[in-house]
Every structure is written in C-alpha cells, then in structure tokens.
Design a protein around this ligand. Structure first.
Ligand code: AMP
Ligand code: MG
Length: 344
C-alpha cells in the first residue's frame, strides 16, 4: 500500500472522511498525539487498527466524537454529575472518560470490556475529520506498538509507511502526551492515565479525584490493571534509561559519574533546560524548550525517538517534578525506564 502524506485542507479532510466511511485507516493530528483512526462502529475496520499497530487485542481503543449529541448512543446509564462537570470543564480537550458501553460499540473497540472510553478532541483537524466521516472514530496513538507515541506526521510515516493509505499533516502536537483517562463509572472520578488535564484541575472541577495506584509504580505480580494499557511496556527506547531523583546538585553528580563510567560515545543525558552547564562537555539533550512540565511533555516523545535514531545505548535522565502535567511526564518517563529510578 502506498501511504499519502497530505497537509490538512478541506480536500484532504474530505478524502480522509471517505476512507474512514469505507472501513479504512487514517493517521490524523490531535492536540495530544497523532491518532490512527477507523470507524468506531465497524468491528472489521477497528481490527485493521490492531493489525497496523501490532497492538495486543486486549488493549481497548478510545472513541472520538465531535459533539455531545454523539455520545448518548454509545454509552449506557447516562452521565453522572461528576462526569457532567468534567465534560463542561475540559471538553473539547485532552480528556477521555470511561462509561459503561452500549451495544453500538463493537467488542473490538472495548477489547471485550463492558466499558468504553470517549473523548472529544479540540484539534480542529480531528474535529473536521469526525464530521467528514459522519461517525465516531476509534483511535489509539498512531505508532507501532511499543514505540513512543507520534507527535508529528513524520513520526506516523516512520511507523506506518505502507500500512495505511493516508496521513493528515497538521504540524506538531501541542500537548505531546496522550489524553488523561478518567474512570467515571464509580462515585469518585479516578485517573487511570495522567495527561494534560491534571488531578489538580479535576479536583477543582468536580470536588474530588483519585489517582489509580498503578499510575506511578509497576503492576504487581498477577495484578489486573483497570486500564489494560498499563500492562504494556510503552514508550520504550532501545537504549536503557535510568532516572535520577533528588536534589539538583546530587542528581547531577550521580549522572556525571554514571555517564563517565559508560563506554565512550555510548551515553547521553536528559536534563531540564538551564541545567546543561552542570554536565560540562558531556552529551546532553534538553528535556523541552523551557523548564515547565508542559514544555517537557510537548517534547518528550520526539526526544525518545531521537535517542533511538542516534542509537544511544545508555540514557541518564533527571526526574521532573510530578505536580500538574509533571505527573503525566513522570508516568511516561518511568515506563520508558521500566521503573529504573534511582533516588540520590
Ligand atoms: P491509546 O489510544 O494508544 O492512547 O491507548 C488508549 C488507552 O486508554 C489505553 O491505555 C487503554 O488501556 C485505555 N482505555 C481505553 N478504553 C478503556 C476502558 N474502557 N477502560 C479502561 N481503560 C481504557
Ligand atoms: Mg498508545
């Protein structure tokens, strides 16, 4: 299959909508990361997503809508007051809510679960595509399974060339990490995966929030995660990654020592902007353009891909403060490091 890469335009959106209606796949930009979309109401179309990504069949997909009217047929049991408050505060935007699903959602989308994740993205191209398709769109991130999520159309092409007919290029993604996944089937909203909508923001909007324990630690032996995606080693660079946590000076000293002990040319350091000088002439990649969690999030996945491109074998990273969007950054970074975190 020949993969076309087209800038977002009324014509390319119309073509993409046709492909989705015909049961095909399209790579498209959202404010979080690039998605790989199919008609959410067509199990055969959705199965093609799993094939193109090499995604395990027990990892459910998020269903994307452009307006609230589209949700009622997809869920059962209605919208709780807490869910309502979250929808009013953060949709359209980088937030997915988990509801009990209706029969309209095929088992391929929910991976056999009785629930479905729904999101209303804010990116104009994503919204235009859903409208052009005239259907809800099931979409995971548009990477091959196990690779960092794509934050540019080029990343999608690197992973999906020859596997899908069309990628819409809308430039780099603004948030850079995947949506916040919140289970609203219980009494208190529970964050299953942190993202651009932070626990602090959720608590402010609806009064209470819980963060699932599996967000910041590895699963225990035999533990069934509430979010099946937590089982998988996402975002894994080819080199081994170690994170150092502690006071700035102590972290820098520990990283310098480990870098210097690694074979020549095999190592790199990930440091917050402003910290480069702590590492002298060693090879440093900045974590983002500014010392804010938002900036680190926006640049993180492109950085992980670059480390693979440059075949870095040993990666030593500073930790990021886990307040606000920092929780999403540390969740992704910790998983990329297979939880190799050293406290210094
Ligand atoms: P991706 O679209 O690649 O970002 O992956 C979607 C994420 O949402 C995965 O981590 C899933 O495990 C999670 N997810 C999707 N649907 C559900 C659901 N019904 N219940 C719990 N987690 C879900
Ligand atoms: Mg993904």
């Amino acid at each position: 299959m020949n993969t076309k890469l087209l800038p977002v335009s009324p014509e390319s959106i119309a073509e993409a909508g046709e492909i989705i209606r015909a049961g095909g796949l399209v790579g498209f930009p959202t404010e979080t990361v690039y998605g790989l979309g199919a008609n959410a109401l067509d199990g055969d179309a959705v199965r093609r997503i799993f094939e193109a990504k090499g995604r395990p069949g027990d990892n459910p997909l998020i269903t994307h809508v452009a307006s609230e009217e589209e949700i009622a047929p997809l869920i059962t049991g209605g919208v709780s007051p807490a869910a309502r408050a979250l929808m009013d505060a953060f949709w359209p935007g980088p937030m997915t809510l988990i509801f009990p699903k209706s029969d309209a959602i095929p088992p391929e989308v929910s991976a056999g679960l009785s629930t479905v994740g729904i999101r209303m993205p804010s990116h104009p191209a994503a919204r235009a595509l859903i409208r052009a398709a005239q259907r809800p769109i099931a979409a995971p991130s548009a990477n091959r399974s196990g690779r960092p999520s794509p934050t540019t159309a080029r990343h999608v092409l690197d992973d999906m060339d020859g596997r899908i007919p069309l990628i819409l290029d809308g430039g780099p993604c603004e948030v850079g990490v995947e949506s916040t996944v919140i289970d609203v089937t219980g009494d208190v909203p529970r964050v299953l995966r942190p993202g651009g909508v932070t626990p602090e923001m959720i608590a402010k909007a609806c009064g209470a929030v819980e963060v699932d324990g599996a967000v910041m630690r590895p699963l225990k032996e035999g533990e069934q995660p509430r979010s099946p995606g937590m089982k998988y080693r996402h975002y894994a660079p080819e080199g081994d990654l170690t994170i150092f946590e502690g006071e700035n000076g102590a972290v820098a000293a520990a990283i310098r020592a480990r870098y210097d002990a690694a074979p020549d040319g095999s190592a790199a350091i990930l440091a917050l902007p402003g910290h480069e000088a702590l590492y002298g002439a060693r090879r440093v990649f900045p974590l983002g353009a500014a010392d804010t969690a938002e900036s680190v999030a926006a640049a993180l996945f492109a950085l992980l891909r670059r480390l693979d491109d440059e075949r870095v074998k040993h990666i030593f990273s500073e930790a990021v403060d886990s307040s606000g969007v920092g929780l999403a950054v540390m969740n992704r970074l910790s998983r990329a490091a297979a939880f190799h975190i050293e406290k210094v």
